[in-house]
Write a protein that binds this ligand. Sequence first.
Ligand code: 0R9
Length: 645
Amino acid sequence: MAEVQSYTGADIQVLEGLEPVRKRPGMYIGGTGKAGLHHLVWEIVDNAVDEATNGYATQIDVVLHKDGTTVTVSDNGRGIPVDKHPTKKVSALEVILTTLHAGGKFDGSSYVTSGGLHGVGSSVVNALSETLVAQVKRDGALYEQTYQRGVPVTKLKKVRSNVRGTGTTITFTPDPEIFATTDIDAETIKENLEVKTYLNGALRIVFKNEGTGERIEYHHEGGITEYLDKLVADAETRRVHPDPFVVRQSDLDDGLRTELCFVWTEAPRESITSFVNGIPTRDGGTHEQGLKDGVTKAVRNYIETHDLGQKKLDITADDVREGMIAVVNLYHVDPQFQGQTKEKLNNPEARSAVSGAFRTEFEQFLNAHPSTAEAIVARILQAARARQASRAAVQNVRRKSAVSHRLNLPGKLSDCASTDPTESELFVVEGDSAGGSAKQGRDRKTQAILPLRGKVLNAEQATKAKVLANAELSNIADALGCGVGEDLDVSKLRYHKVVLLMDADADGLHIATLLLTFLYRYMRPLIDGGYVYIAQPPLFRVDALKETWWALDEADRDKVVRRIQKKNPRTQIEVQRFKGLGEMMPATLRETTLDPDKRRLLQVAIPEGTLIETENAISDLMGKDAAPRFRFIMDQAATVQDLDV
Ligand code: 0R9
């Protein structure tokens, strides 16, 4: 226990009244949801922990009562002073419970408080509680006072004499007028209490949940190193050296004090858990920065003096700390916090103070423990190597994807504006003039046109190298963007409809057959995935009765003509046969073949159970002997609707 300090009510600094707290609770506790509600508990617990941290208390009891909302926190410290404040004429206890920002005048003393994030004072808890009862054991007596919504409803009374021991007990019921819910979450409270006992190895916290009958005692004599063990276990990783580096207590300038420990593990990242006066600083801040500085400089210095670095291997600060798991707790008499949730330490002096607190000692530790130092350096070199390797891999992928996504698109491709493959269509069109019509008739947003000019190679008969060297086929592959053969990755396919648009004649069918052979042999997943289609441009235009019909073939034409004649036997019927797609006006091509609402597409599929048949058909049809191919093409030209590969 530390030396007993004398305290009188005159030491209290009085600032403001409590009205603003009830008016704008969010300003003081962050909000009126669950987090705000739990904040009340942290506030009172932290005050009790402060008394323990300063060496006057060893045990804290926390009770969650049967109603699930009333909480009692007790400590066995000195008891909040109950003597009268000289000007206010009330007790010190009442002053700190009814006055915003009241705190002990600890200037020049070493009493540290939670301050900053919490430390808004018990008065805030009082203001936001339906009822609060304060009990103080001090000078052999038990004192008690009750408040409602921050207002004292009793005088401070001595309720018993000849009482043994000292301490403070606060029982409060959060105000349902303020909080959306007043149900306290026992698990959240337990987690928080346990961490407090890691940060103060001498402290024992007993939690009781009267609702469930649960009683749990937290006491971690090993302090922050025991906490480090837990963090390593939680991270499900392995340490690369057995003993962590620990600074248990380091008294620094300006009344600062820190304790910290760290160990290197196989975890893929660093993880620093930091606190100021035992309060978590989830957003880090200057004390964390100090820890990072110290570690990086010490390790770098060790590597340099022992000549352990490697040529061509730059070691970055991130490499040094990869896999490091650390805990740092800084005690500061006047912590300043910043950030949205005030969970980032902002005091500039904390950085050099923390780094200076352990850097030299850590270097000595490395020198004194060569096998530990070796394991740490090996871990760091591994991190540096892995980073360089992954950077090279990323650059490679970037280069490749830049090539396939932009630079490598064929020059003849008129791409669509959309980059969403699910709405994008690629029309592979026979000939430049058909390509021109298609380009003018398409929907630019979703339809891309790739005209084929030269000879399409028969993929069944050529080597892979030759196939990929064929300008027309490699243009198709480049436009599709998903690779070929074993490198094909359907997820990279740039269009989810690949439509072969050929003239409805034997030549057109021949080209379609060659393209399908290529797709079957080199891009089969596109067929299996149902991405490949054959367009059906009309072969005839039929005009009569001021109307136009499109017919796919002779049979279709005859059907249309018969229907018109039936309706009006004497009408004049005009029939036009398209010699090729190139003859079609762009508007006609759009209306008959491109417009998704009017066109008819054939989806290419390998019917279930016909894979071997298909395989044989392709090698028969597309193999060296041209006769079967010729017969097939001539036969199929008439019945193109049924085309399957
Ligand atoms: C159950 C929760 N515990 C507390 O809120 C608590 C506050 C507190 C305290 C002191 C001792 N125990 C406490 N428990 C204390 C006592 C003395 C000097 N400083 C602090 C003393 O006896 O001289 N206080 C925290 C602030 C103040 N007391 C006050 F000084 F502002 F009143």
